[in-house]
Design a protein around this ligand. Structure first.
Ligand code: GLA
Length: 724
């Protein structure tokens, strides 16, 4: 890993693990992108430039040379109004109302220590280059940050915008990066979705024009994910080039891919500029979220493994990321709101001896929470429901050697709550104007310090006064009525980003303030599943759909960018409560085992046979847990296009692996399949106990092996592969 600046050709060479990222400062002081891809020597590669379209070219001020047109040069940052017509990286308005900017290079720093971003999560470590740019004719100053890492093939980027003058500037757009690609021969993959259908890969050609993937929901959302992939046309799971761009951000974002009129492509994005305007007073700065850009020439699978390693090694809390995860019994789908201490104790008793080690008490334990119309915001125990207090169930759980987890929805408030009666203005909204409901609730105004203090105090009090080992932090609606009574009128369009900063502040104070507690994220399932949330929550409830068959798709899509260790997955009842589908218990367990596993059904109804099955499943999971949490994922069959879903996870030293095979529909005439394994060491010999196979990695990967499926729908098997 190294960052080198060649004074002669004014070129920066950023050499990461297995890649080179090269750009130069050209004759007009413009940072011009030259290469991001397979590693090359630190030599002059400016011969890559070509000039296609020459029609209607505008040139930078005072430079009457079309070859130096910004529009025809691959950018590191694109700015509007001075000869560039592509998607700008930012847009700034001066006090007199012009929106022009013409940046030039004024210097750079190379830092061994990567500076943290104020108030926002980012990757740790990494040698960092900061390139300083300044408007030739105005006050705008821009710093481009690039960090490279020893151990992962990613470059991370962000931008800091600064008002270097004495007047006020308004930023109407302030993205985190622009990345250039030579040519347009690429595909673009985005991840649209919905509640219970999160992160569905959608692949299409790089357009002539713009593809935009965004959220205007003040959360990263279930409807898109802050991740976009650009691949070579021929890229598959195993072959070809793949670039994965992931924003460490949880509020409204946008990511765009544009095939430009010049025959090149760019990808850009960051904080969504829809309904956005950030005021920069004299000397003020705006820091933008970090974008993590993974590169692989080993296909989409290689790109995913790179991102998984990056998040595990440089983002997720080191205290938990590789630790065995709690194996929970969650009472939500078992009881919904109808529980008391007696029922909860019975649930705990019913799992004794199975290996399940944590009870998570979900929604309904607080205030006057009769159903979802009441009491969000009242984070104190409902002693009418939990007679004798919550310590009855906590102590019972602990006495059985299990840990205790509790559900909160810290960002929310119901109209029918003590908190609302005392502080109606704490809810986001415009005074005097009725607010929109969603699940009968409102969002708290986390842009206000007094509101944040109140939430932190209530939750910390519960965590201080009771022996709580685990928290499930939910977020069940998106913000509407964006307006804060605590913000000046001219700054109301800063709301979406200020909400993110407020959220990170309470996460910091609650989560980092209670380091002994394990925090799981949730947002009506996977409605806010992003890298910034993973910084605080080592795992996230992947989706409110717990049906094993639907989960093959959701977990497949989610694994494109996020490691299996971050996916919270539960075995639930059949018929499934969301799809009414009936799947075998073994498949529900096998699919849940491809993540942080757990159970969410009424275990008091278990037969002896069910209990024995769960015990065996938990034992098997404990045997493979370290592979699931730390290993390399190989996606072999895509459940979106196939009747099969097949995945392997291989330990880092390639001595152990698991293979999960799943078939949706049973054909009338049974089928045998040949599966070629992936990711093994060709020179090692492996044993697959369940199949009685002992063979070399080379044969298992190149010849493959025959797998028989039982004659039933939704059938599956988990094979454990060990070095012989
Ligand atoms: C959300 C979560 C569920 C459950 C309910 C409780 O939908 O995703 O897991 O906690 O809220 O209201």
């Amino acid at each position: 890993m190294s960052i080198i600046f060649n004074e002669q050709n004014k070129t920066f060479y950023l050499n990461g693990k297995g890649y080179s990222y090269i750009f130069r400062i050209n004759a007009v002081g413009y940072p011009e992108h030259l290469h991001f891809g397979a590693a090359v020597p630190c030599e002059d590669v400016s011969f890559v430039r070509s000039f296609g379209s020459r029609s209607q070219i505008a040139t930078p001020a005072g430079v009457d040379n079309p070859n130096l047109s910004y529009n025809n040069t691959l950018p590191e940052i694109a700015f509007f109004g001075t000869s560039d017509y592509r998607e700008p990286t930012f847009l700034v308005e001066s006090e007199r109302g012009d929106r022009l900017c013409d940046l030039e290079y004024v210097g750079h720093d190379i830092l061994n220590e990567k500076p943290r971003i104020n108030g926002m999560p980012s990757l740790d470590g990494g040698e960092t280059l900061v390139v300083h740019l300044k408007d030739k004719f105005g006050d705008m100053q821009v710093d481009l940050y690039y960090s490279v890492y020893d151990d992962v093939s990613v470059i991370s980027r962000r931008i800091v915008y600064k008002n270097g003058g004495n007047t006020t500037l308004k930023l109407h757009r302030a993205y985190s990066f622009t990345l250039g690609f030579g040519g347009v021969d690429y595909d673009v993959v985005t991840f649209p979705g919905n509640w219970m259908a999160e992160r569905t890969p959608e692949r299409r050609p790089m357009p002539h024009g713009v593809i935009s993937s965004d959220s205007k929901r003040y959360s990263s959302s279930a409807t898109q994910n802050p991740f976009i992939m650009v691949t070579s046309k021929d890229a598959t799971e195993q072959f070809g080039e793949a670039y994965g761009i992931s924003l460490i951000y949880s509020s409204s974002f946008v990511l765009k891919a544009e095939g430009t009129s010049n025959g090149d492509s760019i990808v850009t994005g960051g904080i969504n500029d829809f309904d956005f305007c950030w005021t920069l007073g004299a000397g003020e700065i705006l820091e933008t979220p970090e974008a993590v850009i993974a590169y692989s020439n080993e296909g989409i699978g290689g790109m995913s493994r790179t991102l998984h390693d990056t998040f595990r090694e440089h983002l997720i809390n080191k205290r938990f990321v590789k630790q065995p995860r709690p194996i929970v019994i969650n009472n939500w789908e078992a009881t919904y709101f109808n529980f008391d201490n007696e029922k909860l104790c019975a649930i705990v008793d019913s799992v004794e001896g199975t290996g399940i080690d944590t009870l998570v008490l979900d929604d309904g334990w607080f205030g006057e929470r009769k159903n979802d119309r009441f009491a969000l915001g009242d984070w104190y125990v409902n002693e009418q429901k939990l007679v004798g207090g919550i310590d009855v169930i906590i102590e019972h759980t602990h006495a059985k050697g299990m840990k205790f987890g509790l559900w909160f929805e810290p960002e929310m408030i119901n109209e029918d709550s003590d908190l609302y009666r005392a502080h109606p203005d704490y809810a986001i909204g415009v005074p005097g104007r009725p607010r929109s409901y969603s699940r009968h609730q409102y969002c708290l105004d986390l842009t206000r310090k007094d509101v944040r203090d109140c939430v932190v105090e209530m939750i910390n009090k519960m965590l201080r006064e009771h022996k709580i080992d685990y928290v499930k932090w939910d977020y069940n609606r998106n913000v509407t009525d964006a307006f804060s009574v605590g913000t000046d009128p001219e700054r109301q369009s800063e709301f979406a980003h200020r909400y993110a900063l407020g959220l990170y502040d309470i996460c910091e104070r609650i989560i980092n303030g209670n380091p002994h507690v394990f925090f799981e994220g949730c947002a009506g399932g996977g409605g806010r599943y992003d890298p910034a949330m993973l910084y605080y929550f080592p795992q996230i409830w992947t989706s409110d759909c717990s049906d094993a068959d639907t989960r093959t798709k959701i977990q497949y899509g989610t694994s494109m960018m996020y490691p299996l260790s971050t996916m919270s997955c539960h075995v639930s009842a059949v018929p499934n409560h969301q799809t009414h589908r009936v799947t075998p218990m073994s498949s529900r367990a096998n699919i849940a085992h491809l993540g942080a596993t757990g159970y969410e059904l009424d275990t008091t109804k278990f037969t002896d046979e069910d209990k024995a099955a769960v015990k065996a499943q938990v034992e098997e999971y404990k045997q493979i847990q370290d592979i699931v949490l730390e290993g390399d994922l190989y996606r072999i069959e895509n459940p979106y296009v196939s009747n099969y879903f097949t995945e392997m996870v291989v330990s880092k030293d390639k001595s152990r692996a698991i293979l999960c095979v799943y078939r949706r529909e049973a054909p009338a005439n049974g089928d045998t399949k040949r599966i070629r394994l992936q990711g093994l060491d060709k020179d090692k010999t492996y044993r697959i106990e369940k199949l009685g196979i002992v063979a070399s990695g080379a044969s298992l990967m190149n010849v493959g092996m025959g797998v028989n499926y039982r004659l039933e729908d939704y059938t599956s098997d988990m094979y454990i592969i060990t070095e012989a």
